[in-house]
Design a binder for this molecule. Structure first.
Ligand SMILES: C[S@@+](CC[C@H](N)C(=O)[O-])C[C@H]1O[C@@H](n2cnc3c(N)ncnc32)[C@H](O)[C@@H]1O
Length: 225
């Protein structure tokens, strides 16, 4: 492992805004983010596959009345967002290093108010569908931790992933779905809060941008679009 990575992992170990294996809070945080981690009890937004955490940090700066958690499996990426949040002295930001597959170990039912998924890997190879972060197996997990009226936002530049998500939602209970295939020329532009992620910047201009937002209500029937 490179020296830089080791340094970043060491920084995550001591940065109090990072929750990861080896810290006592890692095993006790479930259901207690607002009481044991954040300084203010406020609605929580979770960014899944947050990478460098641009949305987590950017939204936290816009919305001081909300708390934000970036979740990713890669420690070196989390280091970037957590360091920026510390430098900006943002008290409403946390980072969780874990695989999304284990998210129920860290959040209680209804603990999350909103979810953002930004530029997830579209997993285009055969048999990779179940690894897409909008696959029903993940939606089932998100639904468990989201409040009944909680929203999930997807921002992607992959038409395949957007189409897959919209098709998936046809057979999945949801309501108040809105989407655009051309974010930068759409009224939904305000939704993105002017934040661009690393992966967005890498591909901006090469393809159109899409955003899909919907609620995953608990046990509510499907509404016609
Ligand atoms: C293509 S990158 C996008 C990162 C960031 N959202 C952006 O837009 O720049 C996808 C991120 O999702 C994370 N990821 C993918 N699958 C994951 C999983 N099952 N659990 C946790 N993180 C995951 C990866 O580690 C990576 O940082």
């Amino acid at each position: 492992m490179g020296k830089n990575k080791l340094k970043r992992f060491a920084a995550n170990d001591i940065n109090p805004n990072v929750v990861q294996e080896g810290k006592a809070i890692y095993t006790t945080i479930k259901g207690k983010w607002n009481s044991d981690f954040f300084t203010k009890n406020q609605p929580i937004t979770l960014e899944i596959g947050c990478g460098n955490g641009e949305y987590t940090v950017g939204l936290a700066q816009h919305f001081g009345e909300r708390n934000f958690i970036g979740c990713d499996i890669k420690g070196a990426r989390i280091f970037k967002g957590s360091t920026e949040a510390s430098e900006k002295n943002l008290q409403n930001v946390g980072f969780l290093r874990c695989r999304v597959e284990f998210i129920l170990e860290f959040f209680e039912a209804n603990e999350i108010d909103q979810i953002w998924i930004t530029f997830p890997d579209p997993q285009l190879k055969d048999n990779r569908e179940k690894h897409r972060l909008t696959h029903p197996r993940f939606l089932d997990l998100y639904k468990k931790i989201l409040k009944p009226d909680g929203f999930i936002h997807l921002k992607t530049d992959s038409r395949e992933l957007a189409d897959f998500t919209l098709e998936t939602l046809k057979t999945y209970p949801h309501q108040n779905l809105i989407h655009t295939f051309d974010l930068y020329h759409s009224a939904l532009i305000a939704e993105h809060q002017g934040i661009q992620t690393k992966y967005e910047r890498m591909f901006l201009g090469l393809s159109i941008e899409m955003i899909v937002s919907t609620e995953l209500p608990h046990l509510k029937p499907l509404k016609k679009a």
